[in-house]
Design a binder for this molecule. Sequence first.
Ligand SMILES: C[S@@+](CC[C@H](N)C(=O)[O-])C[C@H]1O[C@@H](n2cnc3c(N)ncnc32)[C@H](O)[C@@H]1O
Length: 280
Amino acid sequence: MPSEAIQNLIHSKDGDYLDCTFGVGGHSKKILECLGTNGSLKAIDKDPKVFKFSDQIKDERFQFKNISFSQIEDFYPPLSFDGILIDLGISSFQLDDSDRGFSFQTDSSLDMRMNQSHGLTAYEWLNKAEEKEIADVFFYLGEERKSRSLARQIVNNRKSKKISSTADLSSLNFFKNRSKKHPATNIFRAVRMYINDEIEELISALKSSISLLKKRGKLVVISFHSIEDRIVKNFLRGSLENVKSHSCLKPVGKIIKPSVEEIKINPRSRSAVMRVGEKI
Ligand SMILES: C[S@@+](CC[C@H](N)C(=O)[O-])C[C@H]1O[C@@H](n2cnc3c(N)ncnc32)[C@H](O)[C@@H]1O
């Protein structure tokens, strides 16, 4: 969906844009290709490891900052942008990095922080949190019906041996004999979302877009999970809890999903949903 995202985002070639999720810079490079000489692109990402990709972009119209969604209003004044892009989740370079613990496909220590310089690691959290807290994360963020039973198993197992690696988590008896191909997928994602405070960060980015967008500015959000997509949908409808009163962003068009061809090339895109809003 990169081209649909860019088409919906850019409505003025000499406008000012913000890519909130730089990653390896795929979207940012495409945005720069479409901008005129007076256009500008600011990009952010909370993972300092993306510097190696942002440093490769030698373009005067481009500026990168290593900050998170919840900090954008500290760095950019109101009415700064004609378009804001948010491509949620983690980047393939993070998922494939065997030191990060995001994937159960390779065995590594359970870190899961997008910014490894602060915050609790998944290892620290899983080995010290209360059983109920763990169960709640699995239930609400992992949509796991048997969340209590899994949390109980983790708490019992960690008495004799800490849950320290991706293999320790994905090989728990709980996941054996389950019909799904990768039964630990939702649990890994839930832990990652919790460790990185992803729901609060998303809500913060959406709220900030209200002030940061200029009139007729576009907000383009790509999400990979029904919980995130519901938040974006409700936000654009003006019915997101605690942000209820806003009526200055309206949904534009229908939701956009990846084509069959795109899913063949990039199977990870299969659950992507894109929504577009416009500041009125
Ligand atoms: C799906 S990837 C983006 C890929 C990117 N669009 C590209 O073309 O390469 C999401 C990126 O957003 C970053 N990210 C996630 N949550 C963030 C947050 N709250 N603040 C800043 N960056 C965040 C991640 O570190 C990751 O690099």
